[in-house]
Design a protein around this ligand. Structure first.
Ligand SMILES: Cc1cc2nc3c(=O)[nH]c(=O)nc-3n(C[C@H](O)[C@H](O)[C@H](O)COP(=O)(O)O)c2cc1C
Length: 254
């Protein structure tokens, strides 16, 4: 099995997103997978300028930038992979600009004048299934602890999945992302012991992708758990009077 991670953090290999991809890859490699990643920040990817030359007969489904940047080589890798990891930090409540620039360029791989209906019954147009319809995992990394923070990204990839006929086979969401990785804080293990369960769950997720083609709900739950040592934090966030108390406490700390 080939797994390709597309990392859209501008911090590339120095970032938390990459750190978590590596954990997942550790598990997948152990199960015999061939894992590769693309660091978008190290590639040249021009912005789609909506010229629609790719929709003309002369330049059909070819982007004017095809020979001028790295987009084509990345989609060739996508075509070759069995599972894609779309990995993105949260930037101002959405996917990173790099990820959006990359995905926008998929426009050139589909014929927008050739009407089709997706498997979910949505009216769309022709797409290149070999590139756009790969099973995928979303790996979202953010600092904020509000459930609201990754919502736009979750929703974005749900929509991507429906229109692109691409099964979503996992959804990894890491809040308090700065607490993970890089050993900057030697006392982390004692202060945030759940981090290590999260790392194990990422490795397990990698193994499951190879074994079952998807990440189980159980593993996702462990990978996506709260790591701040606040008792019953998941419940506190969901029950309004408790959340209000938490908000009041935070206000006092301001
Ligand atoms: C431009 C920018 C915008 C950000 N916006 C948010 C945000 O809205 N919510 C949040 O929780 N974190 C936000 N962050 C923090 C990153 O999502 C977080 O640090 C993430 O772990 C970075 O991943 P990386 O280390 O792989 O780059 C932002 C960071 C940057 C640089």
């Amino acid at each position: 099995m080939k797994i390709l991670a597309i990392n859209s953090s501008y911090r590339g290999n120095r970032g938390y997103t990459r750190f978590l991809i590596d954990k997942l890859f550790k598990g997948a490699t152990k199960q015999g997978a061939d894992c590769d990643f693309v660091t978008l920040s190290e590639n040249k990817i021009n912005v789609c300028i909506a010229c629609n030359t790719c929709q003309t007969e002369k330049h059909y489904l070819k982007c004017i930038f095809d020979e001028k940047d790295d987009f084509k080589s990345i989609i060739n890798k996508m075509a070759d992979a069995d599972i894609i990891i779309f990995a993105t930090p949260v930037y101002l409540f959405g996917i990173s600009g790099l990820m959006k620039i990359f995905i926008d360029r998929l426009h050139s791989t589909g014929d927008v004048n050739d009407l089709r209906v997706s498997k979910s019954g949505l009216i769309f147009h022709h797409i290149n299934h070999n590139i756009c319809s790969k099973p995928f995992v979303t790996l979202i990394c953010c600092d904020n602890i509000e459930d609201e923070t990754p919502k736009n990204i979750i929703s974005y990839f749900r929509t991507y999945s429906k229109f692109m006929d691409a099964p979503q086979v996992g959804n990894l969401i890491r809040n308090a992302g700065t607490l993970t990785g890089h050993g900057k804080d030697p006392d982390k293990e004692t202060k945030f012991p759940k981090i290590y369960d999260v790392y194990d769950a990422y490795k397990q997720a990698g193994q499951e992708l190879v074994e079952y083609g998807e990440i189980t709900d159980k593993t996702q739950k462990i990978a996506n758990q709260e790591i701040l040592p606040i008792p019953l934090f998941t419940i506190i966030k969901k029950i309004k009077p408790l959340k209000n108390k938490f908000i009041e406490r935070t206000k006092e700390m301001q």
